[in-house]
Design a protein around this ligand. Structure first.
Ligand code: CP
Ligand code: NVA
Length: 305
């Protein structure tokens, strides 16, 4: 069977408009409350999610698998180590086969183009669960977390301190969709993608100075200095990022009620101090991790509607 209508994918935040993003966040907050009250329904009964992992994961795997179970569906864990994808079967073929057997697919891989190619050949919605370039699912959880603690991000200032990586790129997209100012502090040579920067130049301030980026910010975010696939660069990156650790001193320059976020896994006393990440008055990293569960449930429900 071949479907004639194109499925809706979620490869970057730009696949949603502002209203849709808003609706997903509201639904995620509602699903979380219903889950806690024991009143959640099972809107995805009988649906199957394929989870393709070519990189490691704790949060993404646990949240998608638990989320699908909570929605009444089930999930298949497909690692590249033990599928034919890892032995060189073309992504176009894998997409056509897997999408004939399942209702929705999530992929975590290296090249963003691979997720795009999979989506092009898939009959069912495809979700980007992290590529070298973007991590949009994490942004859904981050936006939900900020909303729950402080309300809308519109008109606020977010500071990104560290590598101009996949998370930073997704923050750039979020700044555009949600209308906030994004201050990025990164060392020379570790800037985000230049085309993306240019496209959203009006909302972004790029600096080498973490203090300048954080001054007055409502939300301060960082991430590991060496992402998955950059393990060989770890030593060089530790040197390049010296002075970029987010700690209480740096946070004292932010707004009085500023929050700290990190997608995790975190490397203590590297990109974030041990004291700050454990300071529950400022750091909301555990809520942020938990919200992956609810935000992705709302996303899957939206894509399958
Ligand atoms: N934040 C995040 O995506 O974590 P995992 O790599 O554990 O999935
Ligand atoms: N930037 C990190 C995020 C991990 C969730 C990485 O890509 O490894």
């Amino acid at each position: 069977m071949t479907l004639t209508t194109k499925p809706r994918h979620f490869l970057t935040l730009q696949d949603l408009n502002r209203d849709e993003l808003q609706r997903i966040i509201e639904r995620a907050i509602e699903m979380k409350a219903q889950h806690r009250a024991g009143t959640a329904g099972k809107p995805l009964e009988g649906k199957v999610l394929a989870m393709i992992f070519e990189k490691s994961s704790t949060r993404t795997r646990a949240s998608f698998e638990a989320g699908m179970a909570q929605l009444g569906g089930s999930a298949l864990f497909l690692s590249s180590n033990d599928t034919q994808l890892g032995r060189g079967e073309p992504v176009e073929d894998s997409a056509r086969v897997i999408s004939r057997m399942t209702d929705i697919v999530m992929i975590r891989t290296f090249e963003h183009a691979k997720v795009e190619r999979f989506a092009e050949y898939s009959q069912v919605p495809v979700i980007n669960a992290l590529t070298d370039d973007y991590h949009p699912c994490q942004l859904l959880a981050d936006i939900q977390t900020y909303t729950e603690h402080r309300g809308s991000l519109q008109g606020k200032t977010v500071a990104w301190v560290g590598d101009g990586n996949n998370m930073c790129h997704s923050y750039i997209n979020a700044a555009d969709l949600l209308d906030f100012q994004l201050n990025i502090a990164c060392p020379e040579g570790y800037e985000p993608n230049s085309e993306l920067l240019e496209k959203h130049a009006a909302r972004i301030q790029l600096t080498r100075d973490p203090k300048q980026a954080v001054a007055g910010a409502d939300l301060v975010v960082t991430d590991t200095w060496a992402s998955m696939g950059q393990e060989d660069e770890k030593k060089a990156r530790e040197q390049a990022f010296a002075g970029y650790m987010v700690d209480h001193d740096l946070m004292s320059l932010a707004a009085n009620d500023a929050l700290f976020m990190h997608c995790l896994p975190a490397y203590r006393d590297m990109e974030v101090s041990s004291e700050l990440i454990e300071d529950g008055n400022i750091s909301v990293v555990w809520d942020e991790a938990e919200n992956r569960l609810h935000a992705q449930k709302a996303l899957m429900e939206f894509l399958l509607q």
